[in-house]
Structures are given as structure tokens and as C-alpha cells.
Design a binder for this molecule. Structure first.
Ligand SMILES: Cc1cc2nc3c(=O)[nH]c(=O)nc-3n(C[C@H](O)[C@H](O)[C@H](O)COP(=O)(O)OP(=O)(O)OC[C@H]3O[C@@H](n4cnc5c(N)ncnc54)[C@H](O)[C@@H]3O)c2cc1C
Length: 558
């Protein structure tokens, strides 16, 4: 029976936009659909449903891609990675790879991919892999080893077989920001720093959510629109949660999916078989390879190299973890990945590792790499609640499409998904390409572009994800002070048109930015990175009066 909520009236005239909630903000809003989770899955669904003409609100406790989608490998899978173990997932990846190359071509790095076998790797796996490729619809093309050595000189001379596959890289942050801005330009509302703490229910099931502001510094009233009527400041004292009403709520919270479902009761939680799997990656300060290179053996640790801009990311690993929060890489994990990486690239140690980081995969029990759509009303839980979980970044569009189909069905509507046809323009807001003063020399980010983004209220972590600021060779050591200056210049958290500088908030932002960068340096802090960390310490002491290094710095040279 389709659910409709007659108490709701649509107010499509309400402007869309991105809002960062502080702890004193209370949101009162309503929409056709609420999506919980601002990773690839949730933002993909926001895009899908907005294109179908629905009024959508997305709630994210952190900011854009602050969960797993901000800590992945950046690989647009061709499916070949799974061909030997899970041909169905391989076929799914291949189909999405083809679609995203078409609709998201601005964000896809057409590097191609290589699967290469070393002498010590089992030749029987190569046969099984080729068979799996065929059943998934992949046609790996054998590469002459001499040609490969000429095009990828860093690879081991011990390679005995290699194949070309349509792997690619994907600019996840740029893509997701562009989807958010496309959707909000069409009226959607995105609340960051907005944690869902419970569901609103009636006899028919879920009819909305309770939401707490947990994050951002409160912005002064905006220049032209005045106070947003949907967000009000709570009086002093304990803050009551805001309430957002919608006939359908989608839980797209990746590794948190079980926890969020649990807010709707034990039956809803039991229907979500997501387990958490940690993976570690190491970023090297050079483009070691020009194609994505995978080792041709059963998927294991440290066997994929992905080139991104001026760096290469080596990963990954796999270990079950309890919590969904991002854990730190351990020295043992870093050591194992380096050891495996050296087998593929013997000269690995001549290139300084910049940092190491970890993400948590939302895997389906038992051990699947596919995804799952749950209509809780059909699985013993409350009606009006849907969970979409598992999958890959590569399959986020397909996940959004099937979840979108269920949402419109629950609403008694018939509107098809358009995400396989509609191209995604790269939206950069005020990111001027004119080369002016640089805020970040490593990644060539212009100061004027940053000022525009700060005017919109973005935080430093968001600027980094959007522009790669601080992700290059200096890892933010030289740009953190400059960023604090730029924030002061824009009157942050106000804007240049309406300055409202908050010195303490700016200092906290700069320090948070630096501490986050330094925590990634810690696991690889030897050689060049140990020297960089020492420079960071000296600069911090001189300028910000801080000593981040007191809590950092036991890098264990593997
Ligand atoms: C190490 C590693 C490498 C990977 N590499 C690749 C790769 O190269 N290619 C590929 O295709 N895939 C890759 N993946 C898989 C891919 O990253 C994930 O499948 C995908 O990013 C999951 O996205 P998601 O939106 O489902 O989850 P997330 O990105 O984690 O988003 C869920 C969001 O929900 C929010 N949330 C949780 N609880 C609440 C709440 N109560 N209220 C509000 N918000 C909440 C969280 O803050 C989070 O931002 C990799 C994964 C890992 C771990």
C-alpha cells in the first residue's frame, strides 16, 4: 500500500541550499523524502530523487564524504578486481563503469588499468580470473611485457603476465560536491553537522526524524535571505532535537547503517546485515605509475596502485573492526602494505610516503561485495523506512537508482530514474581558474577561489576535499597559517559582504586542519616525513603557539 502523508504540504518555493548546523541550531523542516548519510550512497540518492522531481532533504552528521566515501582508494572499478571471486559484483561494476564514464566523464581519469602477475603468484588463479572476466563481460587484453616495461618502468622486472582492463580513477570529492550543488540548486536542502538521533513514528510507521546539530560554528544571518526560517537558534540550556517530517526516510549511512536502523527498533536493526571492514592506504609523493596497477592474484593486501594527480595511493588491507568511526592505520598494517607494494614496485623506498589513512567498508554479512536494499515495512520493521547499504563507490549510482525506485513506489508515484542519462556538470562555485595568489603551491589552489568558498561558509576540511588543498607534498604545513589568514579576510564564519570574524573559531579550524594532516603523517614518519613533521612543529610554535607533536610522532620505520 503506497504511503502518503496528507498532513504534509509541499512548499517548493523554499530555497534549496547547504546548511552547516551548530550545536545550538534546531531544524524544523519537511520534504517528500529524507536521506540520512552524506557519503556516495546518500548523495547519489539525493541526486536521483531530485532528478525525479521530489523534494529531498539530506542529513549528514559530519560534512560531505566525511565517512568511508572520503577515505577510499579513488578507483573506478572495471570489475576485474572481483572477476576471480565474485563475477556478479564484477559485472555490476563494469556496467556502472560504463555509465559513469558517460554521465560523469568530467570526474573520471581515463588511466586504464593493468592486472600483472609476478612469478611467485599462482598461474591457476590467472586462469580462474580470465574465466571470471569472461562471465562478467570483461575482455582483458594481453599486454606484451616489453611494452609494459616501457610504459610503466617502475614495475617489477619479475612480471610474467599482464592484461589491460578498463579501470579508471574517479574524483570522488569533486563529483559529490557537484551532485550536492546540482540538487540544492533544484531546491534540495542539505544539512551538515546534522545527526539523526531518532525516528518520528505514527501507526503507519516512520514519518520523519529527530535531528541534532552537532558540528559547525554558527554562521551569522546570511546577507540577502535573512535568517533561514527552517533553522532557529535554541535558547540557552539543553537543546531539544529538531524535527523533520517526510513520508519516506532512507538510511544510507554505510558502516553506520545498523546503528541508525537500531533507532527504529530491534527488528529494523536485525534486517541490516552490515559488518565493518578496515582498509589502510599509503600516499606516495610521486606518480609512480600512470595506469591503475593491480596484482593478478587473489585480492590481498597492498596490491593496487592508483595514480591521482601528482601522487600515487598504494593499498589496501582488510580487517574486521567494531566501530564505524575511522580508525588510524597501525605500524604493522603500514609495514605489511609497504612489503607487498615493494614486490610490485621494487624502487618504492626511493619515493617518500606522504601519509597513511584508513577507511571502513560497509560489507554485507556474510562477506559480500554487493549491495542490499531493505524495505523495513516488508521485513518486520516500521513502514516508511528504507535502508540501502554495502556496494562500492563505483556502484553508488546503481544503488541510488534501485533505492529511488522503491521510494517512489512507496509514495505511490511512477517516475523513472534519469541518472544513467543526465550528465553531471563540474560545479566549482567561485573556484576561479585565473592564477592569482596561491593558497596552496602543491596543488595550485588560488586564494581568490578559496575566498569565494569561505564566503559560502565552507570549513577547511571541506575546502581540502573540494580542492585537494593540503593534500600535496607539504601536507598543509605551509598553507595552514595562510588559510587562517584567508578566513580572517572573509570575516569567517561570516562572509566578505557581511564579515563576522570569530578569532577563536578560526584558530580552532586551522588547528583542526593541521592536526588531521599530521595524524596521517604519523604512521609514515621517518626520513623526509620526519623532517617535515619537525618543520611543522617549529612553525606551529612560532605562529600558532601550538605543539601538535606532543601527541604525535612515533612513526615506526618498517
Ligand atoms: C579502504 C577502502 C578503499 C576503498 N576503495 C574503493 C575504490 O577504490 N573504489 C570503489 O568503488 N570503492 C571503494 N571502497 C568502497 C567505498 O568507499 C564505499 O563502498 C562507499 O564509499 C560507501 O559509501 P556510503 O555512502 O555507503 O558510506 P559513507 O561514505 O560512510 O557515508 C555514510 C555517512 O552516514 C553518516 N552518518 C552516520 N550516522 C549518521 C546519523 N546518525 N545521522 C546523520 N548522518 C550519519 C556518516 O557520517 C557518513 O558520512 C573502498 C572502501 C575502503 C574502506
Amino acid at each position: 500500500m503506497p504511503r502518503t502523508d496528507r498532513k504534509l504540504t509541499r512548499r517548493r518555493s523554499q530555497p534549496g541550499g547547504v546548511h552547516w548546523l551548530s550545536t545550538s541550531d534546531v531544524v524544523l523542516d519537511h520534504a517528500d523524502v529524507i536521506v540520512i548519510g552524506g557519503g556516495a550512497t546518500g548523495i547519489g540518492l539525493l541526486w536521483d530523487l531530485t532528478l525525479r522531481g521530489l523534494d529531498v532533504i539530506l542529513l549528514e552528521q559530519g560534512s560531505l564524504a566525511s565517512g568511508t566515501s572520503g577515505a577510499f582508494h579513488g578507483l573506478l572499478h572495471s570489475g576485474a578486481r572481483y572477476a576471480g571471486s565474485d563475477p556478479a559484483t564484477a559485472a555490476e561494476c563494469l556496467a556502472e563503469n560504463r555509465i559513469l564514464r558517460k554521465v560523469a566523464r568530467e570526474f573520471v581519469g581515463n588511466t586504464g588499468g593493468i592486472f600483472a602477475r609476478l612469478e611467485e603468484d599462482d598461474p591457476a588463479w590467472e586462469r580462474r580470473w580470465r574465466q571470471g572476466c569472461r562471465s562478467a563481460g570483461l575482455r582483458p587484453e594481453r599486454v606484451a611485457l616489453d611494452d609494459l616495461r616501457a610504459s610503466e618502468p617502475a614495475l617489477s622486472p619479475g612480471l610474467v603476465a599482464a592484461y589491460r582492463v578498463p579501470d579508471a580513477t574517479i574524483d570522488g570529492f569533486g563529483l559529490l560536491w557537484s551532485l550536492v550543488w546540482s540538487a540544492t540548486d533544484s531546491g534540495a536542502r542539505v544539512y551538515f553537522g546534522a545527526r539523526v538521533t531518532g525516528f518520528l513514528t505514527d501507526e503507519a510507521g516512520v514519518r520523519g526524524v529527530r535531528v541534532m546539530g552537532v558540528g559547525a560554528v554558527r554562521r551569522p544571518p546570511s546577507d540577502d535571505a535573512g535568517e533561514d526560517p527552517r533553522v532557529r537558534v535554541a535558547p540557552a540550556g539543553p537543546v531539544e532535537p529538531g524535527e523533520i517530517v517526510a513520508p519516506v526516510v532512507v538510511n544510507a549511512t554505510g558502516p553506520w547503517a545498523g546503528d541508525v536502523a537500531a533507532l527504529a527498533g530491534p527488528r529494523a536493526q536485525a534486517a541490516v546485515p552490515v559488518e565493518r571492514d578496515k582498509g589502510v592506504m599509503i600516499v606516495f609523493n610521486s606518480r609512480l605509475v600512470s595506469t591503475v596497477v593491480n596484482r593478478l592474484r587473489p585480492p590481498g593486501d597492498g596490491d593496487i596502485l592508483v595514480p591521482h594527480g601528482p601522487v600515487t595511493i598504494l593499498g589496501t588491507s582488510s580487517a574486521k573492526v567494531e566501530g564505524p568511526e575511522r580508525p588510524a592505520p597501525t605500524p604493522a598494517e603500514v609495514k605489511r602494505i609497504l612489503t607487498e607494494g615493494r614486490a610490485l614496485v621494487p624502487g618504492l623506498d626511493s619515493v617518500p610516503p606522504l601519509r597513511a589513512y584508513a577507511g571502513v567498508r560497509p560489507l554485507l554479512r556474510p562477506g559480500g561485495r554487493g549491495f542490499m536494499l531493505i524495505d523495513h515495512g516488508q521485513s518486520g520493521g516500521p513502514g516508511g523506512l528504507v535502508t540501502i547499504a554495502g556496494g562500492k563507490f563505483t556502484t553508488f549510482r546503481a544503488m541510488a537508482e534501485v533505492a529511488g525506485d522503491l521510494v517512489v513506489r512507496l509514495m505511490g508515484k511512477k517516475v523513472s530514474s534519469r541518472t544513467a542519462e543526465v550528465g553531471i556538470p563540474r560545479l566549482g562555485r567561485n573556484l576561479s581558474s585565473r592564477l592569482q595568489l596561491l593558497a596552496c603551491e602543491c596543488e595550485l589552489v588560488s586564494l581568490s577561489g578559496l575566498l569565494g568558498l569561505l564566503d559560502e561558509g565552507l570549513h577547511l576540511a571541506d575546502l581540502r576535499r573540494l580542492t585537494r588543498l593540503g593534500m600535496g607534498g607539504c601536507q598543509g604545513v605551509f598553507c595552514a597559517q595562510r588559510l587562517a589568514g584567508a578566513m580572517w579576510q572573509t570575516g569567517w564564519p561570516g562572509s566578505r559582504r557581511r564579515p563576522h570574524p570569530d578569532e577563536a573559531a578560526i584558530a580552532r579550524e586551522a588547528e583542526g586542519f593541521r592536526t588531521a594532516r599530521l595524524s596521517g603523517i604519523k604512521p609514515v614518519e621517518w626520513g623526509t616525513q620526519a623532517r617535515l613533521a619537525a618543520v611543522a612543529e617549529a612553525l606551529d610554535r612560532l605562529t600558532l603557539g601550538n605543539d601538535n607533536r606532543l601527541t604525535l610522532g612515533e612513526g615506526d620505520h618498517p
